[in-house]
Design a protein around this ligand. Sequence first.
Ligand code: ADP
Ligand code: MG
Length: 249
Amino acid sequence: MEPSRSGEPLVVIDHVNKHFGELHVLKDITTTVGRGEVVVVIGPSGSGKSTFCRAINRLETIDSGTITIDGVPLPEEGRGLARLRADVGMVFQSFNLFAHKTVLENVTLGPRKVRQISKADADKHAMELLDRVGVANQASKMPSQLSGGQQQRVAIARVLAMDPKLILLDEPTSALDPEMISEVLDVMVQLAQDGMTMVVVTHEMGFARKAADRVLFMADGEIVEEATPEKFFTDPQSPRAKDFLSKIL
Ligand code: ADP
Ligand code: MG
């Protein structure tokens, strides 16, 4: 790490605005994500949480403001964008595994293409990661043969295989049957404890309390409140946060 950057947050989001047509979905968003920090984003449906995440790895463009990762502004296109997507992993609600590739291939594909690692090394590393998320014994299966919880853990292993600086997880357990939620949350807690920098959109308060350093509460495209989980859940300040928590807790 260059000494000049060591004290700087990993992600700096400065006065970011985004519209979809007339709809102002991100309103002057300013925040940071420190190295090794776990930020949980919560808020009502439609408040801009997914757009916020997608803007960080440039799945969405922004209209104004800046986002820098490790001191570097988000690239517009080309090779810089591929590198960004490798550095900033994303896990979606809907797993998004490659349906026609085995579990192992799902994990090795990115490193082999983008990081240009040999098949033997990629396989070895992928098996270690599949073991870490508890699905090594599923390596030769196709994604459709796995449960939702197993597929989501493979999706996490696939992101880890790129050795990302940051992982964005957008409601990673929302599509899962209830009995599979904890196996995915356990993996996420472990990642957090291992020092991974994470931005997690979730309504899983247990996860937030256990793993989050900070909660961002979003409503109507704004960051309305920013606090430790302890503070946010026990003593929310804004009427909108109080209202939201009264509905979900
Ligand atoms: P959240 O994840 O908090 O539910 P989103 O970021 O998905 O919110 O969406 C914020 C708002 O932007 C919503 O009103 C949604 O309908 C709208 N929106 C999201 N994506 C698009 C899009 N591609 N085109 C137009 N409107 C969109
Ligand atoms: Mg969303």
